[in-house]
Design a binder for this molecule. Structure first.
Ligand code: OSB
Ligand code: MG
Length: 361
């Protein structure tokens, strides 16, 4: 039986980016139970298509119409993706079920997912992604994050709210590992702003230009010293190869939920390593379910930079999972139980559920 449950969880702190402000995480969770094993998945989509074109409605639509049926025929993640390939795009919807199947097969083998994947370091270096707010509030949030031991501080910026905030933070914290994420808010008219950002010794500038404009990133990369990190632009192995060939990328933010799941993530990681591209695992404000997948994947030896995998408490007062991650010395360890190693707090899930039902008997 395959069920879905859409929950609306209030965020501890609203999250403002160049594309909008999120106050709640509206997550669709998927639960597969075959009488023997219970496996979970989560779609990284939100209510509105602001980060990318997919949203909760399109994900559920594609899963209901095409993908659930494929999952009913195969429980092998690779085979699932092969069969799903005739459906174009919709990688977030595909990832939700592909990742669920990784949880399923690793549980069947009785192994924790991070070990089942195969190259686990057993721990993950953690960075934080800080949303936009007033300068005072952002400087204060950075201070707290540094005290908590985070290994890298990423701050959201947008056109018109950039130099001011970066210089205020750098003044107080000249030596921290710091990066910025623009979520596509600049254009080719803004190279001068990027050249100013180049003076702040940032670890990288993430996705300054439109996702389609790989060339703008390549031009910028020649003009500044700061490494360029791509997030939204990299939707597939093909866009990644194009980015490398064009000289548009130094560092890759892989969100397994954005690239169609774990198989695609592993392929990207291996290729990034071969091409000397840095890799870290990003996040989409996931609940404990999606978070556990991301942390299992981030423990892979190919991941060589701290990513956006904060402990649950950064996002939610209470999460849907009974188990929560604790960060110690800026590190988190993946769970050791089989699969993603989490169980659902069903009573809480039901209370937070805004929609739900059966997809397959
Ligand atoms: O661009 O990395 C991003 C959250 C939602 C959508 C896009 C992004 C983000 C984050 C937060 O930066 C990462 C996290 O803490 O989950
Ligand atoms: Mg990003």
């Amino acid at each position: 039986m395959l069920l879905y449950s859409k929950v609306s969880l209030p965020l501890v702190k609203e999250f403002k980016t160049s594309f909008g402000t999120e106050k709640d995480r509206n997550a669709i969770l998927f639960i597969l139970n075959d009488g023997e094993i219970e496996a979970y998945g989560e779609s990284v989509t939100e209510e509105d298509p602001l980060y990318g074109y997919e949203d909760n409605f399109t994900a559920l639509y594609v899963i209901r119409k095409y993908l659930a049926e494929i999952l009913n025929k195969t429980k092998d993640p690779q085979n699932f993706m092969e069969k799903a390939e005739r459906i174009k795009g919709h990688l977030m919807a595909k990832a939700a079920l592909e990742m669920l199947l990784w949880d399923y097969v690793s549980k069947k083998e009785g192994k924790p997912l991070h070990e089942f994947i195969g190259h686990s370091k057993g721990e993950v270096e953690v960075g934080i992604s800080i949303g936009m707010s007033t300068i005072d509030d952002m400087v204060n949030t950075v201070k707290q994050a540094v005290e908590q031991g985070y290994k890298r501080i990423k701050v959201k910026i947008e056109k018109g709210y950039d130099i001011e905030i970066v210089s205020a933070i750098r003044e107080k914290f000249p030596n921290i590992n710091m990066s910025v994420d623009a979520n596509q808010s600049y254009s080719r008219n803004d190279f001068k702003i990027m050249e100013k950002l180049d003076d702040f010794n940032l670890a990288y500038i993430e996705q300054p230009f439109k996702m389609e404009d790989l060339n703008a990133h390549a031009i910028l990369r020649k003009r500044i010293q700061t490494p360029i990190c791509l997030d939204e632009s990299i939707t597939s192995f093909e866009t990644f190869k194009n980015a490398v060939e064009l000289g548009a990328i130094d560092i890759l933010n892989i969100k397994p939920g954005r690239v169609g799941g774990i198989n695609n993530t592993l392929e990207l990681m291996l290729n990034a390593k071969e091409n000397g591209i840095g890799v870290w695992i990003g996040g989409m404000l996931e609940t404990g379910v999606g978070r556990s997948f991301n942390i299992s994947i981030a423990s892979q030896e190919y991941v060589n930079m701290p990513g956006d995998t904060s402990p649950n408490s950064k996002y939610f007062k209470k999460d849907v999972t009974n188990e929560v991650f604790i960060m110690k010395d800026g590190k988190i360890k993946p769970f050791q139980k089989a699969g993603i190693g989490v169980s659902l707090d069903y009573a809480f899930l039901k209370r937070m559920e805004v929609d739900g039902g059966k997809l397959i008997d």
